[in-house]
Design a protein around this ligand. Structure first.
Ligand code: GAP
Length: 434
């Protein structure tokens, strides 16, 4: 796959209402994207599948939805004020700023000037967006938009332990917005300044952390494979010590084979040790240790953290699903992720008897599974449209339907068609979606 594929995917996402450039009407706002009608359905499905596998299907993880704004003391304690930085270099000629570790970009940019020495010294740039709480814009009221949802979990650790029946090992999961004032953005949804994150903080007894780290690595890789990511495009790697974040005792990453950079991070799975709870205990003066009543032991738990951006996951699913065939472009999204599972068409939009029957089929199916309606253009065009938004099955109501109470079901991937009785349709699709 080449970068050309990215251009085509970005165009498809715009054309079909998945993703629009943020603030496009006013010339755009760098590093922001808006989800359109089918994009929001895809994002919801990604989040739903994550929540199902991390929270609903387990009895050792509970959910949380903390505020985006925290006391600035949270970010001092977490180390983000001091250390959530990227190395920045500025071009002395045109004053454009770059990440010093993005070597390829730096080299490319230097070639655009004839001067030999174009770079300033490297300085550390803090990625947190600053804001003010209340009507007075001064340092006392300054805080930050959260750059990760994780801290909202750590500062509620004691609340969750004292109000629910959790026992270590257990996790707290959260999905929510994160904000990072990235030095450079790019590659569509890959690196943006505002994005949703899906994060799990899994609290374990020190000494069992390595074992749990391995379990979560396996669990997370299996999640992507079960949702259709091609095995040859995904792998797990352990980061070398010099590449890990300030809080980490060891980080692994799920890597995806991106068309624009070859292998690179899709998801991080860090062993945060007891760094965060210890820091918050120290800075707040509150005891954040855990008491194991059965063993009569007190300890500060270690934390294993799988963390992924919704947009970055969507991008991997979209790239993986994108296929160009002789006569069509098709998004072979896993049915669980597809915005709509079924599209219903009347063969001809100007035949009231067909429209009436198709409307009945549509209403029935819609109450059971996410279904859409299309009566524009001819059948061929409707198939092409549904292929491009990844709808796995199309149902056509034709003149025979009026006699035999059956419809034609066309499969997105094989394009094969079969006749199915209307009264078994909902069951037919539900079984396929299992
Ligand atoms: N709490 C851990 C944490 O924040 P991270 O590796 O900095 O770790 C986690 O971020 C995940 O969030 C990444 O693996 C990636 O999927 C996503 N992510 C991070 N920065 C992003 C950005 N600027 N744009 C889109 N997604 C981003």
């Amino acid at each position: 796959m080449t970068e050309n594929i990215m251009e085509k995917l970005v165009a498809l996402c715009k054309r079909r209402g998945f993703i629009f450039p943020g603030s496009e009407l006013y010339g755009g706002l760098n590093g922001t994207w808006d989800l359109g009608p089918v994009g929001v359905l895809l994002a919801n499905n990604v989040k739903r599948e994550w929540w199902k596998s991390i929270v609903e299907k387990r009895d050792d993880v509970v959910g949380l939805d903390s505020s985006i704004l925290h006391s600035p003391r949270v970010w001092e304690a977490s180390g983000h004020v001091a250390s959530f930085t990227d190395p920045l270099m500025e071009c002395k000629v045109c004053h454009e700023r770059f990440r010093a570790d993005h070597v390829k970009q730096i080299e490319e940019h230097a070639k655009t000037h004839k001067e030999k020495e174009v770079w300033t010294d490297v300085k550390q740039f803090n990625l947190m967006f600053k804001t003010y709480v209340g009507p007075i814009d001064n340092d006392e009221n300054k805080t930050y938009l959260r750059p990760e949802t994780a801290q909202g979990i750590f500062i509620n650790f004691a609340n969750v332990v004292s109000t629910s029946r959790v026992k270590i090992p257990f996790g707290i999961a959260q999905i929510g917005k994160g904000f990072r004032n990235e030095i450079t953005t790019g590659n569509f949804l890959f690196r943006v300044r505002e994005f949703e994150m899906m994060e799990l903080e899994f609290f374990v007894k020190p000494g069992t952390d390595k074992e749990w780290h391995e379990k979560w690595k396996a669990e997370r890789l299996a999640w992507y494979l079960a949702l259709g990511i091609n095995k040859s495009n995904i792998k797990m790697i352990d980061l070398p010590k010099e590449d890990i974040a300030h809080y980490s005792k060891g980080t692994s990453e799920v890597w995806y084979k991106w068309p624009f950079m070859d292998w690179g991070e899709l998801e991080g799975i860090a062993n945060r040790g007891d760094y965060d709870l210890s820091q918050h205990a120290k800075h707040s003066g509150k005891d954040l240790s855990y008491f194991d009543q059965e063993k009569n032991e007190k300890f500060v738990p270690y934390v294993i953290e799988p963390s992924v951006g919704v947009g970055r996951a969507m991008l991997a699913f979209l790239i993986d699903a994108y296929a160009e065939e002789e006569k069509r472009v098709v998004l072979k999204l896993h049915p669980k992720l597809a915005p709509y599972k079924v599209a219903v068409f009347p063969l001809l939009a100007n035949k009231p008897e067909l429209v009436k029957k198709a409307s009945e089929v549509y209403a029935d199916l819609r109450s059971a599974i996410p279904t859409t309606w299309d009566d524009r253009g001819n059948i061929g065009k409707r198939y092409l449209y549904q292929d491009e938004i990844g709808t796995p099955w199309c149902v056509t109501v034709d003149f025979d339907t009026l006699n035999d109470e059956a419809v034609t079901v066309r499969d997105r991937d094989t394009t094969k068609q079969e006749r199915i009785k209307i009264d078994t349709l909902a069951e037919y699709f539900k079984e396929k979606l299992q």
